[in-house]
Design a protein around this ligand. Structure first.
Ligand code: DGL
Length: 271
């Protein structure tokens, strides 16, 4: 039986999921989080679905060993190609949450008859998951999807708010595909880090939607429905990475000012 004191397990390929963890910290300050950044395998966006599924299962095992009550896939690529598989794998041991469903719910509620853009990794866009889920909810929405594969390595290398990132953003987002969009979903958890650059590219005329807050609210509802909400005083989060990168540490410190419990654990070498 799950208990409120148990932590929330979160994973992503790198720093992206920290944008979601940060929103959870704001909305659910009493929850302890155990974060796994699979930096050894980054980026996920250009790997095959079967590889991402295998990574996700192994990370799920690691987090389940840490007695988490929820497994949050804070990565759109893994949410797009590995969610169903993880649901099956984890069964009724813990709750499994992805980052796509909350974003889809938000967009269909607020932009029911608009043209909506989605940007993400190749894996996310080629899977067609956003389009399928949005149209499954609301037929009246027109979805324009575009893969922007250089954004993740660019962000992980720290090229943000500078000339290089401006040029890459301009080159992708000038695409014909995104003409006439009213809003743009950041379909990758790394992208909120460059959200203001993207807003500026569109001269603030397009609503740029970052799903982190929607995911935190969604999680809050699930925990509350199952009486699993925690209100600990100082939950003391734990961060694991499969390979150490200075940038991960810097970004984690930026989002979590407190003393950072960062552990290097290459779970791949242990199996
Ligand atoms: N942040 C992830 C996502 O939301 C993963 C990106 C990647 O590793 O390519 O898709």
């Amino acid at each position: 039986m799950l208990k409120p004191e148990q932590p929330i397990g979160i994973f992503d390929s790198g720093v992206g999921g920290l944008t979601v963890a940060s929103a959870i910290k704001q909305q659910l300050p009493g929850e302890k989080m155990i974060y796994f950044g699979d930096t050894a395998h980054l980026p996920y966006g250009d790997k095959s679905a079967s590889t991402i599924r295998a990574y996700s299962r192994r990370i799920a095992d690691f987090l389940l060993d840490k007695q988490v009550k929820v497994l949050l896939i804070a990565c759109n690529t893994a949410s797009a190609v590995a969610y169903r598989d993880l649901l099956e794998y984890v069964g009724d041991r813990v709750h499994v949450v992805n980052v796509i469903d909350p974003a889809v719910e938000f967009i269909t509620r607020h932009y029911p008859n608009e043209t909506v853009g989605v940007i993400g990794t190749k894996g996310t866009i080629q899977s067609g998951t956003y389009e399928r889920k949005i149209l499954g909810h609301k037929k009246g929405i027109r979805v324009r999807s575009l893969a922007t594969p250089l954004f993740v390595p660019m962000i992980e290398e720290g090229f943000v708010y500078d000339d290089i990132s401006n040029a890459i953003i301009r080159s992708y987002l000038s695409s014909e595909t995104l003409r006439e969009i009213k809003s743009l979903i950041l379909g990758c958890t790394h992208y909120p880090i460059i959200k203001n650059q993207i807003r500026k590219f569109f001269n603030f005329q397009v609503d740029v939607i970052d799903s982190a807050n929607a995911v935190a609210t969604y999680l809050k509802n699930i925990l509350s429905r199952h009486q699993l909400l925690n209100d600990a005083d100082q939950p003391g989060h734990l961060f694991y990475v499969s390979d150490y990168t200075e940038y991960f540490e810097a970004i984690a410190r930026m989002f979590f000012e407190e003393r950072l419990n960062l552990v290097l654990q290459n779970i791949w070498q242990e199996t």
